[in-house]
Design a protein around this ligand. Structure first.
Ligand code: MN
Length: 200
């Protein structure tokens, strides 16, 4: 069973106040689709690996044959990251976090605003393309980190609770080079219900 791009859980125009329709089409239909296509191509001769989930493939990259390790890292990561990304946004989202994620943020960062500032700062400082994350540690604590390219915290033994895409393809049409503005606006479409499910 080959990997597939999941359909967006909302319309391409649904997040328009923060992410424009053209960016959504390019990002989902072209960029995410390319990661899936390239992942499937890399796994073509490896039926045993095709049976695994994309998360399991990138969880232990050393277990992936060297010939396809980079392809799986980049494209498996791209698939996992973007599948997460579409799901943790929604029209009319945002606002203060709720439930267990609100508690985790408060416990670790003091208040939501301090957390947002640290998260945005990590996203701004990620040089070049990558992601900024809130990830869970094995002991249950949470931390902010950024990763280059399509690397996912899962490959470092962390649980990706949620992340924002800071590749230029995620924001350049609407925000041009103003990554901080995109990071700030993005909180208005965050889906805290879905994030709480991922935290659990
Ligand atoms: Mn992307």
């Amino acid at each position: 069973m080959a990997f597939e791009v999941p359909a967006l859980p909302y319309d391409y125009t649904a997040l328009d106040s923060v992410i424009d329709e053209k960016t959504m089409h390019l990002h989902h239909d072209m960029h995410h689709a390319a990661y899936v296509k390239n992942l499937n191509a890399a796994l073509e001769k490896y039926p045993d690996l095709q049976a695994k989930s994309a998360e399991d493939l990138i969880r232990d990259l050393n277990a992936i044959p060297e010939a396809i390790r980079s392809a799986v890292r980049n494209n498996g990561g791209g698939h996992v990251n973007h599948t997460m990304f579409w799901s943790i946004m929604k029209p009319g989202g945002g606002g203060e976090p709720t439930g267990a994620i609100a508690d985790a943020i408060k416990k670790t960062f003091g208040d939501f605003k301090s957390f947002q500032e640290k998260f945005n700062d990590a996203g701004v400082k990620q040089f070049g393309s990558g992601w900024v994350w809130l990830a869970g540690k094995p002991g249950g604590e949470v931390q902010i980190l950024s990763t280059p390219n399509q690397d996912n915290p899962i490959s470092q033994g962390l649980h990706p609770i949620f992340g924002n895409d800071v590749w230029e393809h995620a924001y350049y049409l609407k925000y041009n080079n103003r990554r901080p503005e995109y990071l700030q606006a993005w909180w208005n479409v965050v889906n805290w219900d879905e994030i709480n499910k991922r935290l659990k």
